[in-house]
Design a protein around this ligand. Sequence first.
Ligand SMILES: [Zn+2]
Length: 285
Amino acid sequence: MPELPEVEALSAFLGERLTGRVIAEVQPVAISALKTYEPPVTALVGRVVGGVGRRGKFLDVEVGGLHLVVHLARAGWLRWRDVLPVGAVKPGGRNPLALRVRLEGEGGFDLTEAGTKKGLAVYVVGDPGEVPGVARLGPDPLEVGFEEFAALVRGDRRRLKGVLRDQSVLAGVGNAYSDEVLHAALMSPYKLASSLTEEEAARLYEALGGTLREAVERSRGLAAGELKAEKKLGLRVHGRTGQPCPVCGDTVREVSFADSSLQYCPTCQTGGKLLADRRLSRLLK
Ligand SMILES: [Zn+2]
């Protein structure tokens, strides 16, 4: 799933190509992806793109007073096309195309979604705050000050892993970067947020900003098609179960849940202790 750094890069990439251009046509293909009906997506036609921004993991394309807000979710992606094929698109079947936006002149982009878990969400609204997921967002981790961050996190009694991923606490961090931030902060994903000392909160704050800024820096200027591979390359523990930790050489471990998993380095983060993996222990019984 694209997280803050990828959506940030995607928004910059798209901003360069879309700003000032006129929308010529919007073709909704997968109706399930469309979450709003009024105004209809066709209301975008004939309007000029004012700019592209990011709100958490949401892309926000401002189009002549309206906003096309997109959440790519787990398997959604945006594909920029210098030349778009002409004609109608057949929905259904294995076609991953969910929505096509054509610009006047040439070019445009496709929103696609692979797989069966349909999570891609597209909204056309007068104000991005009308999108429930956007209205709920906490502060942006690239902008939040330390005092506010410390108050948010230390006031939370959940485990750090869950707190960092909660979009209403911080906007834009997901499963991958929460693993990376905790590894950089040398903290267990199971540590209780409310147990953080002032010094630990400062370390986590540094790790959060540092990890995300580094990832944004790496992604900057990359084409939409290159972002996924770049994200994978930059990760130190996430998705690297069984591989050596790049910091200490210990083996990266995993804890599995029903529909996700987390990775961590025992030496760097848990004093060498292995975290309980319920799924694994159940399998071993
Ligand atoms: Zn390590």
